[in-house]
Design a protein around this ligand. Structure first.
Ligand code: FE2
Ligand code: FE2
Length: 277
């Protein structure tokens, strides 16, 4: 039986700030969020551009909140496919938009298709840019899976775009951490954050604590993740403590061949059982 995927719609995180959510089924009653974000200030900012498989619905959601010609900034957190999936189409539709990225992201993406250098701004961690009525600060987020990754902090709303940090599965089109069953959050958070950052096993807990405290110390009212529910209140320090606890600890082993066998068997009922090599 095919999984029914609930429809998603923009989720308001703070004043003029929305999560642009999409979800993919990953098991019985479990979905992986694939989010981006929109800040509709005096100079609207699209924060990451979603995955190609969600293209139509992604554009539908973004342009329900902002007119294409009003988009002034496109911020790319890094060059993974689920963050850049609609970039070139967005650049074409939004001629007034400047692309905020960095040197290495440009190098990596240009291997597939050139980026419009004349429409770019390169901003590094620890630096910021002004977008009309607000200033956005870039930093290296606590958990990341690509060397170009930069988080984004909006000092006007105290919202942090944490990119691939704090990933957790959800039971459907729900975006508030309070609506995610505790057991699902605990288990999937451990697995996904370890998968994203397997280097946590070699981390010095003291040095890593200093890094994560610098991010947390920005003063955060809400934390939006590309692959997890929005965190507010006590869920924010809780999430930071969870990733700190990973420093120097073994990775969480991902599923292997047995899961693939199950998936193939489910997709092809009647197929012969796989023969062990
Ligand atoms: Fe990533
Ligand atoms: Fe991602």
């Amino acid at each position: 039986m095919e999984t029914v995927v609930p429809t998603t719609s923009p989720y308001r995180i703070a004043g003029d700030t929305w999560l642009i959510p999409n979800i993919v089924p990953v098991g019985p009653g479990a979905f992986l969020p694939v989010n981006s974000m929109l800040i509709r200030g005096s100079e609207p900012i699209v924060v990451d551009t979603g995955a190609p498989i969600h293209r139509d619905h992604w554009f539908e959601q973004v342009f329900s909140l902002v007119d294409p010609e009003d988009v002034r900034w496109i911020f790319l957190s890094h060059d993974d496919g689920d963050h850049i999936g609609n970039l070139h189409e967005l650049l074409e539709l939004c001629p007034a938009a400047t692309l905020v990225a960095n040197f290495f992201l440009t190098e990596r993406m240009s291997l597939e298709r050139p980026l419009p250098l004349g429409r770019m701004r390169w901003v590094g961690p620890g630096e910021s840019f002004d977008a009309g009525d607000r200033r956005l600060h870039l930093m290296v987020p606590p958990i990341f899976d690509g060397p170009t990754t930069r988080g984004l902090y909006d000092e006007t709303t105290a919202v942090l775009w944490a990119v691939d940090s704090f990933a957790a599965m959800t039971p459907g089109a729900v975006h508030d951490v309070a609506d995610v069953p505790r057991e699902m959050f605990d288990e999937s958070f451990r697995l996904l954050n370890s998968l994203v950052s397997p280097w946590h096993q070699w981390l010095d807990p003291v040095r890593y604590r200093a890094h994560t405290e610098a991010v947390e110390g920005l003063g955060l009212l809400a934390v939006a993740s590309a692959h997890g529910p929005v965190l507010t209140g006590g869920a924010i320090p809780d999430a930071f403590e969870r990733v700190r606890a990973m420093a120097g600890r073994p990775i969480v082993a991902p599923p292997g061949q047995p899961l693939l066998d199950e998936l193939v068997a489910a997709a092809l009922p009647g197929a012969p059982a796989p023969v062990a090599a």
